[in-house]
Design a protein around this ligand. Structure first.
Ligand SMILES: [Fe+2]
Length: 301
């Protein structure tokens, strides 16, 4: 895995084939000087916002399609509206920027949520599976991707501190290591098959359950298995990356293993990239898992 550094001269240009390939196979596209996604006045306002350090308040989230803000610990309506406006602007600017840079994806991608993460990552006390400081691949527990990919752009808006990540090998190299543990080679037993059918039927009836296709079940199992494996976390090969204040970076977080060791005040926008729009679809996590399993793992969304 590598960090591909891109200068300000690349604002408004499309990624080259080698950059698409790098991104889709685990590299990070890194802008040491962020494109202009948030104004200095808005950045200065956001870093004065205090959040309660509880898991349900760790992020402020913004849903672009509904223009809806959630998770703000702000009682003052004017202040709340300002946060809403800043998140709306950040979301719109990142969508415009990414539509040019990663134009191959933009006609079919689904715009997901944006978030503001105001809590210091170092030393946070959260449940094991929620820990950001353990290496993992992202998998959304409540929103199955059906084999489409999770693409994220991050912007460090801290006034002076870097955000620090470590990464290890990319998905293609690690999937085989966890395949047996997550049951990729075994057919579901009668009990598990029955449970899956029941969940599917309940979901169709509109009950509040998450009906995951096999791909999303395996991705969530890999996410959990990696975080539960203390030996792996300690002994695996690691690369350390610093993302300085004022930088932005772009990652497929379902295929780039990552852990965030420290950092505070970050903005982020997520995109769900369609499997069919990828430049190298045979390198996607679903293609890797399907090769290992020897069968299709997605249902159409
Ligand atoms: Fe993550």
């Amino acid at each position: 895995m590598a960090r591909i550094t891109m200068g300000a001269e690349r604002f408004g240009t499309e990624a080259r084939e080698a950059e698409y390939r790098g991104l889709e196979t685990g590299d990070i596209l890194f802008f040491p000087q962020s494109p202009p996604l948030v104004s200095e006045a808005d950045r200065a306002f956001l870093v004065t916002q205090k959040q309660v350090d509880a898991s349900y308040h760790k992020n402020v989230s913004y849903r672009p399609r509904e223009d809806r803000l959630k998770g703000v610990d702000q009682d003052d309506p004017a202040q709340r509206e300002r946060v809403h406006q800043i998140m709306r602007d950040y979301s719109r600017k990142t969508i415009a920027f990414m539509s040019t840079l990663l134009n191959k994806y933009a006609t079919t991608w689904k715009i997901d949520y944006a978030s503001f993460r105001p809590i210091e990552e170092e030393g946070r006390q959260v449940a094991l599976h929620s820990r950001n400081d353990l290496l993992h691949f992202d998998s959304f527990p409540t929103r199955p991707s059906h084999g489409d990919r999770l693409l994220r752009i991050f912007t460090n808006i801290h006034p002076d501190r870097s955000r620090v990540w470590v990464t290890t090998d990319a998905f293609e190299a690690l999937a085989g290591q966890f395949a047996d543990r997550i049951g990729l080679h075994r057919r579901p037993g009668p009990l598990e098959a029955c449970k899956n059918l029941t969940v599917r039927a309940a979901s169709k009836l509109g009950l509040p359950v998450v009906d995951r296709p096999p791909y999303d079940r395996f991705m969530l199992k890999i996410h959990h298995a990696m975080k539960e494996d203390a030996g792996f976390q300690q002994s695996c090969r690691k690369d350390r990356w610093e993302f300085p204040a004022g930088s932005s970076w772009i990652v497929f977080t379902d295929g780039t293993s990552h852990a965030c060791l420290s950092g505070q005040y970050m903005l982020e926008q997520t995109f769900i990239v369609r499997r069919g729009s990828l430049a190298f679809p045979d390198r996607a996590p679903i293609a890797v898992l399907e090769r290992l399993a020897g069968c299709p793992l997605a249902r159409s969304a």
